[in-house]
Design a protein around this ligand. Structure first.
Ligand code: RUB
Length: 307
């Protein structure tokens, strides 16, 4: 898919979810390199940077978008042959996509080990990695049940419950505000992540931090499923995560509420003290180990270049 088409689909939420967005961005850069017909390396690099910026401007919160773009374009300025340049960009994008799918699969296996026979699991929004863990546990023969929140205003919870019902997993669709009411029935919470910062804060769908608070109060283990490309090298430089605030019409028609401010932030931040573990493709880690994951994955040299 072209850059323009991909960017439009990300903006309109046709392509959504942090991992899916990242793979789509890498795929679009791959498409650009494969179809480039010019012969000048400088022109290619200039256009590649511009295309990367188009993708980065689509949604501000998930670091996965930035990490996937960086994984593809980093160091391309060191190549001075157009064919090598095109092949390198194509290969880097393909590797990012392949590694990303592999990470989801590994997290599915690790996450499933934290789900025991008879567990009732709560999840929110629609996270491919959290779902991979739940579905894996069920396929291992564990008798489980799931509670999934609607996730207003976009109702990503509908995608989740349909996916679980398709697998014949017993699933309950609940409204976002009923989480504390149901928490007494829950054994584990598993959610996804859009960004994990160096101090172990998890940014995920709005409402996630309330769920974490309720789980903490009820002593219910709260796990985050997150591939390592959801960890933010930019947070190391002190940059704050920008929480996307979307169109107020997604919440209500402003004409029906004259004089009312309608607000629509779509992500929130869960502090590490409410998180029992982050399940990554390199293992289950405490949220406080986020810095080590970032330092190991990206390396000090690269991190010192992040502005
Ligand atoms: C999606 C969302 C998901 C994470 C993780 O928000 O918050 O929980 O992105 O998803 P939106 P995944 O629908 O606004 O993009 O595990 O699939 O990467």
């Amino acid at each position: 898919m072209s850059i323009g088409e991909t960017a439009e689909k990300i903006k309109s939420m046709e392509i959504r979810g942090a991992g899916t967005i990242a793979r789509a961005a890498a795929g679009a850069l791959k498409h650009f390199a494969e179809n480039y017909t010019g012969s000048d390396t400088d022109a290619f690099e200039k256009e590649l940077t511009e295309k990367a910026d188009v993708l980065l401007a689509t949604r501000p919160t998930a670091i996965t978008l930035w990490n996937s773009v960086q994984a593809v374009i980093r160091d391309v300025d060191k190549i001075d042959d157009i064919n090598t340049l095109k092949e390198t960009v194509t290969a880097k994008a393909a590797k990012f996509i392949e590694d990303s799918h592999k990470a989801v699969e590994i997290i599915g296996r690790i996450g499933a080990k934290r789900i025991e026979d008879g567990d009732v699991v709560l999840t929110t929004c629609n996270s491919k990695v959290a779902l991979a863990s739940i579905i894996h546990a069920f396929k291992e023969g564990k008798n489980i049940e799931v509670y999934a929140t609607e996730s207003r205003p976009w109702f990503q919870g509908h995608i989740t419950v349909r996916a679980l019902a398709k697998e014949k997993i017993p699933v309950n669709l609940i409204v976002d505000s009923s989480v504390r009411y149901y928490m007494k029935n829950i054994d584990k919470v598993l959610v996804g992540a859009d960004t994990v910062t160096s101090n172990g804060v998890v940014i995920n769908k709005i409402g996630t931090s309330q769920i974490a608070l309720c789980a903490h109060e009820a002593r219910v283990p709260f796990f985050v499923c997150a591939e390592t490309y959801k960890f933010s090298p930019r947070s190391i430089t002190g940059e704050l995560v920008k929480i996307e605030e979307r169109d107020l019409n997604e919440v209500a028609n402003p004409d029906d509420f004259p004089g009312v401010n309608i607000r629509n932030p779509v992500f929130d931040a869960t502090p590490p003290e409410y998180i029992d573990g982050i399940i990554t493709e390199v293992g289950l880690i405490p949220p406080y180990a986020a810095y080590e994951i970032i330092a190991h994955k990206f390396g000090f040299e690269t991190l010192m270049e992040v502005d």
